[in-house]
Design a protein around this ligand. Structure first.
Ligand SMILES: [Zn+2]
Length: 392
């Protein structure tokens, strides 16, 4: 009864290395003896912090010969940067959740059994309907692969309007009665080492605000699970806490941000009163903050045309591939963030963006794109995924 569960049945696993992901559903992977193969990936998440070209080990299955499909492979798993196996196939997250519930392995849902899958309710569909005697419970299942920092998991890893709507719909179904009667959102966190679960308010502020707003009508239940190397799931799960007080304080549109930019070739650029400066081809990381209206600030940076006000505006105007990474917080941590980035990348220009503080610069240079670098993601997670302390 308490054996590991194999969501892939007895499908054979092939090992390879991640090469690239041209779009959300397609991956290229190098598989020994098969060369570079195209694989379908059944996971809508971005997974930027997991998939590193030429580095990340992946697990694949082959599509049986009699099944018609363009890609002949499916990527079903990968290793985390810490070397732990991780299951990626979100099409089977409901199978895993149903198995754990039926085996009474989900704290908070013991005694319930799965009665129906893909239950239509109004205009929506919910993943599971549970039964216990004459009582019924709706469960929406979400798969969470974004975790790290100090034992913190976050969801979503990309903006999800659908996820936010699901929360609202579940909240409308919840009567506000006893906690055990409320519809459930079950977050399956694919790691047993996680202590805290939070909505990712850095990436999706609207989802996070809804997450906080529905807490009295929806039971939010995050559990951590352990994957074995053969992509079976261990017969156990760990309840993960939500630090509500911490979230009430920090889920707000303020904090610091990193702006990533790329110059395709070297450029001489005039930077405000600092004068002209030669910028090499490569990647630039700018550290800024806005302790109010952070979204508006970030949107301003993403626009090319505007009246120039800051040093960064002069560089941004000629830069390509501009991307912003908000790091929301009630605390001012811009210079602390700059100090961490300065240990990772070199100063691009002295005095840039640091007229009002004692930092040497707020602009850093690195030849290769930071988003494809494990070390950069560690810095990002160190700031984005701080454990609530000293008490939640
Ligand atoms: Zn500073």
């Amino acid at each position: 009864m308490n054996d590991p569960y194999h969501p892939l049945g007895d499908a054979r696993l092939y090992r390879g290395v991640f090469v690239e992901r041209p779009n959300r559903f397609l991956m290229r992977c190098a598989v020994p003896r098969y060369g570079t193969v195209e694989a379908f990936v059944a996971n809508p998440g971005r997974m930027d912090e997991l998939l590193f070209p030429g580095v990340t080990p992946v697990a694949l299955t082959r599509v049986p010969a009699d099944v018609e499909r363009r890609t002949r492979w499916t990527c079903v798993g990968c290793d985390t940067p810490d070397g732990e196996p991780l299951f990626l196939d979100t099409h089977r997250t409901n199978d895993v959740a149903a198995h754990l519930i039926d085996q009474a392995l989900v704290p908070g849902l013991k005694g319930w059994r799965v009665e129906q899958r893909e239950v239509p309710v109004g205009h929506s569909r919910f993943d599971l309907q549970l039964a216990r005697g004459s009582r019924r419970l709706f469960v929406e299942v979400k798969s969470c692969t974004l975790f790290g920092g100090e034992g913190v998991a976050m969801f979503p890893d990309a903006v999800t309007d659908r996820g936010r709507r699901h929360l609202e719909e579940l909240a409308q179904m919840g009567s506000g009665g006893a906690a055990s009667e409320r519809p459930v959102v079950l977050f399956i966190v694919h790691s047993p080492h996680i202590r805290w679960f939070m909505p990712d308010y850095h990436t999706d502020l609207a989802f996070s605000r809804t997450f906080l707003a529905v807490r009295d009508r929806v039971r939010i239940l995050p559990v951590g699970i352990r994957w074995n190397r053969d992509l079976s799931v261990a017969p156990e799960s760990v309840r993960v806490k939500i630090p509500w007080k911490f979230l009430d304080r920090h889920v707000d549109d303020r904090g610091a941000y990193l702006l990533l930019m790329r110059l395709r070739g070297p450029r001489r650029i005039s930077i405000g009163q600092l004068g002209e400066h030669r910028f090499e081809a490569g990647s630039y990381i700018y550290v800024g903050s806005a302790m109010a209206h952070l979204s508006r600030r970030v949107e301003r940076h993403l626009r090319r045309r505007k009246r120039h006000h800051w040093h960064i505006d002069d560089l941004r105007q000629v830069a390509d591939d501009v991307a912003a990474l908000p790091i929301r917080s009630a605390q001012r941590q811009e210079c602390q963030l700059a100090a961490s980035v300065s240990r990772y990348a070199s100063i691009a220009m002295k005095g840039f963006g640091s007229s009002d503080c004692s930092c040497d610069s707020h602009l850093y240079y690195r030849a290769e794109p930071p988003m494809e670098d494990v070390e950069f993601h560690r810095i990002l997670q160190q700031f984005r995924m701080r454990a609530p302390s000293p008490s939640p």
